[in-house]
Design a protein. Structure first.
Lengths: 339, 445
């Protein structure tokens, strides 16, 4: 300590920090989704990639427009807008007109996040807000499913993708019912193996169950994900449908079919686990998970739609503050029985 | 079998696993810091009321001589760490940054600095009460962090029967290794201290709790415990804050101390191992608390060390003894990295609670970008007291202190696990501290 003293900082302890930051947590989820994303693009062709990009573009542009200029860079760097755009893209039909995907991205960030006060303040999952908006606005386009294309047609972009805004879209690709649609309207099951690897029609990112699970395992290992949420949802769906299945194997879906079909894996692993819109405490997470599962099974089996993951999660999002209030941890040393 | 059982021991829930960072000093034998010219001794070095000066400016004093007596029950005596003269009594910079009344002592550089104190009366002839009064005059305070004058723990409420005495050797703060060195280098004096306190309290068992990252300390203590001593060593999981008294009691005995009660109410007394060694030293020779063990470490330090430093030594001198600060040092912290205090100036003195002196460079002092809370719940899973730090931080921002009180914010021990684990870089524990201070101030008024 000779010469001049260094200029000392005085900042509150602790001086140590774990290294994971919020933008890295979000980036991990992006990595985790990569295999399922690539599989979706492979199965549905270049059009699927364009849908995803349009959705991301809508999300990021909205984020950029509404961020205060001085924090614009930080807003975009936290990766949450990118993640919302990607998740929305993955939950859209592959033949959706690109401009609709773009509008969906705008709605997801604008109505799902910005309007609430930005990251951390929204009550509902932004991705699902965007998807619900699209579902209500373009009900036909959002339920028109195209069959998977072969590798030879990879570069062929369906005409419907390129429809001009507010113009009638031409669906040229072969349309195909989703496994859940087949189940609901024709009581026809799909082989489990096809569900697991994704050889079915459906949303871009929901088809390959195994790759979605792979990403989930990666996230759990990286501690970027609360394992209780997917565990709670998937186990509850399995048990609930198992009970129904025992009563009527011909009318009700098999339990494993229920777990692997539709958007359940995508929703349970990547959407219900959105920390902002799910409960804080472990107990709350279980309650939330069981609630989602109950609603999913109710909607799928008794509702008018073949799929119910989106509404199930949105409804439970609304219940999150209430769940948080009633599932607080018992503070150490409090509420002990006195001797 | 015992160690296998220890592995399965239930321990406390939640908590965090920061890097230990003890490698640079854990094997370094304790050194003595040489005497320097000037010593600054703040009168308020512990919880409670400041000490009252009993010496005058200009007076000649001996090393170990009383210079300030306890100002109240929760207060402790203060002794001169050197032979020399009292040069001033007035406000001096305190480690935390504010000014406090302090006694400044100039060392006589030609004095031998030999300690000339008389041993206290034989402890076997004393009641617990008299022994407590003696401890207050020894100037010893709790060295684990809170700095409660040590005699306060030994003034038991009527009807309280102590069953278990615990020596806290967890040293769960990263970097710090001075408790570790006491256990390795002075096991006998530590065991002797435990024996004395055990006997005075009439305890049934004594336990030394040591984190498993100090196998040499565990082995050394086990080797030195005599068969007739009712003392055993319990290895504990390496986890922060294992050294928090209520967490440690949970880990060792499986008992959850109810909020608002003290361990003593359940028949448990706990002291830090360094505190116990200081008590044993005092009983043996009458040496009051004038030297403290300091771990000097961190990336900004050229030569890390475990040092015995006379109280009142300026931080600057200690750092100089350790080869000085690296040029890119940005922060000097007194205490551990989780709960320590940053010093604003190198002229502040080592005080009774200065367990460490850590120098950090830009790599450690850079704080992550602050994002808004994304409710990830990592703080909730880190808080050893099962509070909801995320919610508390949100309420603190809105200054809703009464609502925080309803969520038991006063149970927070400010261990910093929440801030450590927050990926959004929110200074949660600092917001909670601010709220607690506001609540205390309101109560005071």
């Amino acid at each position: 300590v000779t010469g001049k003293d260094p200029k000392l900082l005085v900042q509150p302890s602790p001086a140590l920090k774990q290294r994971m930051s919020t933008d890295q947590t979000m980036r991990d989820v992006l990595y985790a989704l990569l295999p399922a994303t690539l599989a979706g693009i492979w199965y549905f062709g270049l059009g699927a990639l364009l849908v995803i990009l349009a959705s991301i573009a809508g999300a990021l542009l909205t984020e950029w427009v509404f961020a205060p200029p001085q924090t614009r860079g930080a807003r975009l760097r936290d990766n949450s807008g990118l993640l919302t755009g990607l998740l929305l893209g993955l939950s859209l039909p592959p033949a959706l007109p690109l401009w609709m995907a773009f509008v969906g991205g705008v709605a997801a960030i604008g109505l799902g996040k910005v309007i609430w006060g930005g990251l951390g303040y929204n009550l509902f999952n932004p991705t699902l807000v965007g998807r619900a908006f699209l579902g209500a606005t373009f009900p036909i386009a959002m339920t028109t499913w195209s069959a998977q294309t072969g590798p030879l047609e990879f570069l062929h972009v369906p005409a419907s993708n390129l429809a001009l805004p507010f113009m009638q879209a031409d669906y040229d690709a072969v349309s195909a019912a989703t496994p859940l649609g087949l189940m609901k309207f024709e009581y026809q099951s799909t082989p489990l193996w096809e569900l697991a690897i994704g050889k079915t029609s459906g949303c871009i990112g929901e088809t390959s169950g195994l790759l979605l699970i792979l990403g989930g395992v990666f996230l759990i290992l990286r501690r970027g994900l609360d394992w209780r949420m997917p565990a709670g949802i998937l186990a509850s769906v399995f048990l609930l449908t198992a009970v129904l299945y025992l009563f009527g194997p011909d009318r009700y879906p098999a339990p494993l079919f229920s777990v692997f079909s539709g958007g359940l894996l995508l929703g349970a692993i990547y959407m219900a686990t959105d920390p902002v819109t799910s409960p804080l405490t472990p107990r709350g997470t279980w309650v939330f998970g069981v609630g989602v599962a109950l609603l999913v099974v109710l909607i799928r089996v008794y509702g008018g739609f073949p799929e119910g993951v989106m509404y199930a999660i949105l409804l439970m999002n609304a219940a999150t503050p209430l769940i948080d209030r009633y599932t607080q941890n018992r503070v150490f040393g409090k509420g002990l029985k006195s001797k | 079998v015992k160690s296998v059982a220890a592995l399965f021991r239930r321990g406390f829930a939640h908590g965090i696993h920061p890097e230990e960072l003890k490698d640079r000093t854990r094997a370094l034998p304790t050194q003595r810091m040489p005497f320097v010219e000037r010593y600054t001794l703040p009168l308020h070095q512990h919880l409670g009321v400041p000490a009252k000066p009993v010496a005058e400016v200009g007076q000649r004093i001996q090393r170990g001589q009383l210079i300030a007596e306890a100002g109240a029950f929760v207060s402790s005596a203060l002794h001169s760490p050197v032979t020399g003269w009292i040069r001033a009594i007035g406000p001096r910079r305190y480690p935390g940054g504010r000014y406090e009344q302090a006694i400044e002592v100039e060392a006589d550089r030609y004095a031998t600095q030999r300690l000339s104190v008389a041993p206290p009366p034989n402890w076997r002839t004393l009641s617990l009460e008299d022994f407590g009064a003696l401890l207050q005059r020894s100037g010893i305070v709790g060295l684990g962090g809170a700095s409660l004058p040590v005699h306060v723990k030994y003034s038991l409420r009527e009807g309280v029967k102590i069953k278990t005495f615990i020596a806290n050797g967890a040293e769960c703060e990263p970097y710090l290794t001075n408790d570790h060195r006491v256990m390795v280098e002075r096991p006998d004096i530590l065991l002797q201290g435990i024996e004395i306190l055990h006997a005075l309290l009439g305890a049934e068992q004594s336990i030394i709790g040591v984190e498993q990252n100090k196998p040499d300390a565990i082995a050394r203590l086990r080797e030195r415990i005599r068969p007739d001593q009712p003392i055993r060593v319990v290895p504990l999981r390496v986890k922060y804050p294992q050294g928090d008294s209520k967490m440690m009691i949970k880990s060792i005995l499986g008992i959850e101390v109810p909020a608002g009660l003290h361990a003593a109410d359940l028949g448990i007394i706990m002291n830090n191992v360094s505190t116990i060694a200081a008590i044993a030293d005092y009983v043996a020779s009458g040496m009051p608390y004038i030297d403290r063990m300091v771990t000097v470490s961190g990336p900004g330090i050229a030569y890390p060390a475990n040092l015995i430093v006379p109280l009142g030594t300026p931080v600057r001198e200690v750092l100089r003894f350790c080869g000085g600060l690296r040029e890119d040092t940005r922060e000097v912290l007194m205490g551990g990295p989780m709960m320590g205090t940053p010093v604003a100036s190198l002229d502040v003195p080592i005080i009774k609670s200065s367990s460490g002196l850590l120098a950090f460079t830009a790599a450690q002092t850079a704080r992550p970008r602050e994002y808004s809370c994304i409710r990830c719940g990592r703080c909730v899973e880190a808080c050893p007291y099962f509070l909801n730090p995320a919610r508390l931080a949100k309420l603190a921002k809105a200054r809703m202190y009464e609502e925080m009180k309803a969520l038991q914010v006063m149970e927070c021990v400010e261990c910093g696990s929440c801030t450590y684990s927050c990926p959004s870089g929110i200074p949660i524990v600092q917001m909670i501290r601010t709220a607690k201070n506001a609540l205390w101030a309101k109560k005071g008024r």
